[in-house]
Design a protein around this ligand. Structure first.
Ligand SMILES: O=C([O-])CC(=O)C(=O)O
Ligand SMILES: [Mg+2]
Length: 635
């Protein structure tokens, strides 16, 4: 039995016969209050250690430094509780048909004979009993038979909605193969066509119509203990621009990765889309569009809605729920992060997550090139969230490594935006977040001339302009550098600044190449080149886990830096020998545990962690807290 809700569950269980529970499971509406009494609200004196914040309590085991997850683990989701039987609570005890229709508890044909008897399943399933591994094998075959990536995406979403554990088992065991399906590039296409492929709603929709009652809307979400929210307003979905309400695919996909890659519990994950309208004419004229049919609200109307949202999140879930901003347009992304970082637990994946993954790649890339960050020049094509976010983190790392002032550290970092190189004469007319990089220099109109003038070691693209790294651009980089570092970060694949093949062939096999969306290995002159995927998916799942397990109350830049360093340290000489600047995604759970431990350690060092005492072995502790998709046995 799971420690935390033992007394509440026991109270209800003793008051109920199995037959009552079975009947009750069919009366969804009226029984809901009973469930919440048991799961979240109904805490008695015996449960005083169980804070409803998703953070393990100060148990004896934790004091002794023994790794232990499984706290408030009502569904049996954590690695640490793999061996413990769970009660399949849905509405009272889920059983029979409703148990098969409940994705969190459904095991399909894996229900044992005993479970089929105990949970009124006899006759509702074919007679064979299949182990989870065999179900997984069948589903992998099913996915592979589907030709189009979008159909694969829809298949996997259906699986997630039907059998959550099997979905995550499949994801965890086949991460490299399935990542491009549930994530970039396919998720981009899914968002563009979201209205046409819409089946069951996923995530929570908050629109302008909900002004004044966002708290009520949050309360409609079935889970009460939320650890991570990913929220978008859909204005800048990947490099695809404004997809309005159909941006929902992004928070849903990011949170699937939070669980599969970082081990955050699915029950603790909440995807949210804030619909303030869209300026995308095509969508406004699309009969299947799922959002408000109006142009975007801006100014005070927008600000007030976001303010209400942030206050409601804090009121409903407390101050230890991480809010990850995702795919907001530049003008809002910087403002929102700046506004809430001092009062709320917030993280911007496009600014901070991308920065951490790229910094890690640059640190690793310099192993091939030689020297330290301070010895090199960096040129960014794109001066939005990703570009300036990375620039700032690189500058921070340089100033820490070389004891330079931030102003000095920024001197070797140059940005190009749509109007050319950012230089001091443009200072008056550029957005505030770009001003720090307006160095003294003649005006330069285009990227190629900027490369020739600045002579950078690394070229980093994040402008969302596909094919902007032309043959001339790569050749210019290759003329200046023996091993040019080329990062084409824009997503999805159609927006990538160049392909892996172009980077390798135009640089005659000398480029150290990474991209936001994945590319297959490339054969050039009989040599196989494996491109890196420089995507924030390396960072945010482990980062979020570190925040959750330490009970951090704020995110600081030093924690982001710690995540970048932790990732860079996991690139081994074996990887370097293969030309890799990141470890492979196949070991992402281990990578995430290490990142989580480093982020948590930094939170403790900064006095921002509320889960006390500090576990002695943070890596082991992180691992024990990670979601495990193995089926539990039901009693
Ligand atoms: O979602 C991704 O693949 C990376 C990302 O955050 C973005 O491109 O906005
Ligand atoms: Mg993003």
């Amino acid at each position: 039995m799971l420690g935390l809700h033992r007394s509440s569950l026991a109270r209800i269980a003793s008051a109920s016969t199995e037959a009552w529970a079975h009947r009750c499971s069919r009366r969804t509406g009226s029984a809901r209050a009973v469930q919440y009494g048991a799961m979240a609200g109904g805490r008695s004196g015996e449960e005083e250690e169980g804070r409803n914040d998703g953070v393990p309590p100060s148990s004896d085991a934790a004091m002794a430094g023994v790794a232990t997850g499984g706290v408030e683990d009502a569904y049996g989701e954590d690695h640490a509780t793999e061996d413990q039987p769970v009660t399949p609570w849905a509405v009272c005890i889920a059983s029979g048909h409703s148990l098969l229709r409940d994705p969190r508890h459904n095991k399909g044909m894996s229900f044992t004979e005993e479970e089929r008897d105990a949970h009124y399943l006899r006759g509702l399933l074919p007679p064979a009993v299949l182990p989870q591994e065999l179900q997984e094998k069948r589903l992998l075959q099913n996915v592979r038979e589907l030709e189009s990536p979008l159909h694969r995406y829809m298949f996997l979403v259906d699986l997630q909605e039907r059998n959550e554990r099997l979905f995550y088992k499949l994801m965890v065991d086949n991460v490299e193969e399935l990542l491009p399906v549930v994530y970039t590039p396919t998720v981009g296409e899914a968002c563009q066509k979201y209205g046409s492929i819409f089946r069951r709603p996923q995530g929570l929709y908050i629109s302008l119509k909900d002004k004044g009652r966002i708290l009520e809307v949050l309360r409609n979400w079935p889970e009460k203990s939320i650890q991570v929210i990913v929220v978008t307003d859909g204005e800048r979905i990947l490099g695809l621009g404004d997809l309005g309400c159909q941006g929902m695919g992004i928070p849903v996909g990011k949170l699937a990765l939070y669980t599969a890659l970082g081990g955050v519990r699915p029950s603790g994950a909440l995807p949210i889309t804030i619909d303030v309208g869209t300026n995308n004419e095509e969508l406004l004229n699309d009969e299947f569009y799922i959002g408000l049919r109006q142009r975007r609200a801006t100014g005070q109307e927008y600000t007030e809605l976001l303010d209400e949202f942030m206050a409601a999140v804090k009121q409903n879930y407390g101050s230890k729920t991480l809010v990850q901003f995702e795919d907001f347009a530049n003008h809002n992304a910087f403002t929102l992060l700046e506004k809430y970082k001092g009062t709320h637990l917030v993280f911007n994946d496009d600014i901070q997550g991308t920065a951490a993954v790229v910094l890690a790649g640059l640190i690793a890339g310099l192993k091939f090139v030689g020297g330290t960050l301070a010895d090199h020049k960096f040129l960014f094509f794109g001066a939005g969230e990703a570009g300036t976010g990375i620039a700032e983190l690189v500058a921070l790392e340089i100033s820490m490594q070389s004891h330079l002032s931030p102003e000095e550290a920024r001197k070797n970092i140059w940005l190009v935006d749509s109007k050319g190189l950012i230089v001091s004469s443009r200072k008056e007319s550029i957005q505030p977040f770009k001003k720090l990089y307006a160095h003294e220099h003649e005006p330069v109109k285009d990227l190629l001339s900027a490369i020739k003038d600045i002579k950078p070691t690394a070229l980093i693209g994040s402008a969302g302009v596909g094919q902007s790294f032309t043959k001339e651009v790569i050749e210019a980089m290759s003329l200046i550098n023996k091993r040019p570092i080329i990062l084409a970060l824009s997503n999805p694949t159609s927006k990538s600044e160049c392909t892996a093949e172009q980077a390798y062939s135009w640089s005659e096999g000398r480029a150290i190449f990474g991209s936001g969306s994945p590319f297959d290995p490339v054969k050039y002159n009989d040599k196989l080149f494996v491109p890196a995927q420089a995507n924030n998916a390396y960072i945010f799942p482990g980062f979020g886990l570190g925040v959750v397990i330490s009970g951090a109350i704020r995110v600081k830049d030093d924690m982001v830096l710690a995540a970048a360093e932790a990732l860079a340290e996991q690139v081994t000489s074996e990887h370097f020998d293969k030309g890799l600047i990141y470890p492979p995604f196949s070991s992402i759970r281990k990578i995430s545990a290490n990142i989580a431990a480093r982020v948590a350690a930094k939170a403790y060092d900064l006095g921002l962690a509320s889960h006390l005492p500090r576990p002695r072995d943070l890596v082991k502790y992180a691992e024990s807290c990670m979601y495990s998709p193995i089926y539990r046995s039901y009693k």
